[in-house]
Design a protein around this ligand. Sequence first.
Ligand SMILES: NC(=O)c1ccc[n+]([C@@H]2O[C@H](COP(=O)([O-])OP(=O)(O)OC[C@H]3O[C@@H](n4cnc5c(N)ncnc54)[C@H](OP(=O)(O)O)[C@@H]3O)[C@@H](O)[C@H]2O)c1
Length: 334
Amino acid sequence: MKVAVVGATGMVGGVMLKVLEERGFPVDVLLPVASEGRGRTVRFRGQDVPVIGMEAAIAQRPDLALFSAGGGTSLEWAPRFAEVGCTVIDNSSAWRMQADKKLVVPEINGDVLRAEDRIIANPNCSTIQLVLTLAPLHKAYTVERVIVSTYQSVTGTGMKAVSQLENERKGVKGDMAYPFPIDRNVIPRCDVFTDNGYTKEEMKLVNETKKILDPAIRVTATAVRVPVTGGHSEAVNVEFANDFELDAVRELLRNAPGIHLLDDPAKDEYPMPLIANGRDEVFVGRLRRDETQPRTLNLWIVADNLRKGAATNAVQIAETLLRQGLLRERVASA
Ligand SMILES: NC(=O)c1ccc[n+]([C@@H]2O[C@H](COP(=O)([O-])OP(=O)(O)OC[C@H]3O[C@@H](n4cnc5c(N)ncnc54)[C@H](OP(=O)(O)O)[C@@H]3O)[C@@H](O)[C@H]2O)c1
């Protein structure tokens, strides 16, 4: 398969290359794409592969393109790739809420994929870890309302934000990705504010959870940037229609796909970005009843936002297309 990784020189793009290699994805020809080659290369399977521009990549008619190059870039270029028979899986928010575009977490709704899906949206990093945890609980107890507070890693903003944190820790001046210092600080704003006083990130959590799981679920969110690099953390309060036994909830999560239950406070066992960093699982812990309200659970969810929150989920979508014979079929018909 001829695979383009668009944004190959970025945070997510770099992890995308690692995940493709680790999972042995059938890449015959790799096309690493960025704004311009500029003589850059990326490392893939022990080889230095030259970085190319968009037009050069399209001219090679790739079968699959994994995009992580920003929303504007995706709106402009993803249709161009689709026109040459390429399936695009996009990490930006550009296509997520469009009615005709599928928003996919393979463990939850991989079965919605169809041969005619040319541009497929990968959900927001904070949404993926939340819905992957809620899906088995929704099936068992029907989720009615979710309150989520996030503690989001600077890697979620990209290379520039990681440099800002490192510079601040070294006490040197540099480019700012945030309006304020992030080291020794937390910033209650991820992405821009919208008219209702919520940020775009908070509204992604609300709208994407409804699109993936169930439009009837009521969601409210507060998204906060914290000086961490290993992963996003979420404090979640979930109200169900039906009551639950905590042990039964633990059993459900212990056996849920993509979930790693880490819940033994007595032994100081609970999820942290230090544990999730570089791993593909979503870590869940600190399970306890909300004693102020019936049928309500508190839990804590941590995942590496560059992996299950972006690159790994996107590659899993491609694997699902392959498994369902959707990707190959298209290549044959193109
Ligand atoms: N970071 C996360 O946790 C995360 C999670 C989910 C989704 N996302 C989404 O993934 C995207 C990338 O995020 P990131 O953190 O990897 O950002 P990043 O580190 O800033 O990387 C951006 C990448 O996009 C490329 N690019 C930018 N404009 C381009 C253009 N016009 N043509 C071709 N390539 C272009 C850059 O190439 P140059 O090197 O040439 O500039 C670079 O490779 C964003 O849309 C983000 O919302 C990120």
